[in-house]
Design a protein around this ligand. Structure first.
Ligand SMILES: [Zn+2]
Length: 255
């Protein structure tokens, strides 16, 4: 079995002291590739260093996270743009809208999201979307770009079936992570109706740790727990979950 962690922040300092054993444990459980969503310029250096250390296993994205859209967002976007002109990345991400923590920069979040979607179209790259308390707004914003051929992942999907189908109809994928192991989220019922062909696996490590490790640091080895849960919900084998979700991620990221 071969798994892909399509969304993981193992370059953060939470993993600095034991990254080697974190990767070894994931390898033992079949995780072969790791995709790093960017956050902002304060983390680029560590992200790119880890990508370099584990070439052909780790792949970096570039983008400005909506929670990092602050007073200096224009400078941050310029840094993203510079990186995109300097080398190739597998995707633009994570980008999107987050109205949960702070709505001071709502207008700027919309602007940054649209600009980065345009860059993705120009460079023929997929996008990885973060939304919180803003999924309908995000879908509305993505729709015209999807009609021009933009595709990607709605990371950490946790909404209802109608919303999931809107995303699938735009040719986008749902990133499913540890939340699928939490009780009473409604996600299990949604997943029963969603084809595996629209799902990719992710940990979002170090966040959103699956049960039974909830509350502790998340890590890519737990992809297997997420896959087991999806297999149970959809009444298919874990081998099938691995095969289809890995093929989906390879298709999206083209590697
Ligand atoms: Zn993330």
């Amino acid at each position: 079995m071969k798994f892909i962690d399509s969304h993981t922040h193992i370059y953060l300092s939470d993993f600095a002291s034991d990254i080697g054993s974190v990767i070894d444990r994931a390898e033992d459980d079949g995780v072969k590739k790791y995709f790093f969503p960017a956050i902002d310029s304060s983390h680029h250096e560590e992200m790119l260093a880890l990508e370099k250390k584990y070439q052909a296993k780790c792949f970096a994205m570039m983008g400005l996270h909506p929670c990092s859209v602050k007073e200096n967002y224009k400078e941050e976007l310029k840094i993203v743009e510079d990186w995109l002109s300097r080398r190739t990345f597998v995707a633009i991400g994570e980008i999107g809208l987050d109205f949960y923590w702070d709505t001071t920069y709502t207008k700027q979040q919309f602007e940054a999201f649209e600009l980065q979607m345009q860059w993705a179209l120009d460079k023929n790259l997929p996008i990885v979307i973060h939304t919180r308390n803003a999924i309908q707004e995000a879908i509305e914003l993505v729709l015209p770009y999807s009609k021009k051929g933009l595709t990607g992942i709605f990371h950490c999907y946790g909404d209802d079936l109608i919303t999931a189908n809107k995303i699938i109809d735009m040719n986008f994928y749902l990133g499913i992570g540890g939340v699928v192991t939490y009780k009473n989220t409604g996600l299990n019922e949604v997943l029963k109706q969603i084809p595996l062909s629209s799902i990719v696996l992710e940990t979002d490590a170090p966040y959103l740790t699956p049960v039974p490790y909830r509350g502790k640091r998340n890590e890519p080895a737990y992809i297997k727990i997420i896959a087991e849960q999806i297999a149970r919900i959809k009444d298919v084998s874990i081998v099938e979950v691995a095969r289809v979700t890995t093929s989906n991620a390879e298709k999206i990221f083209k590697c």
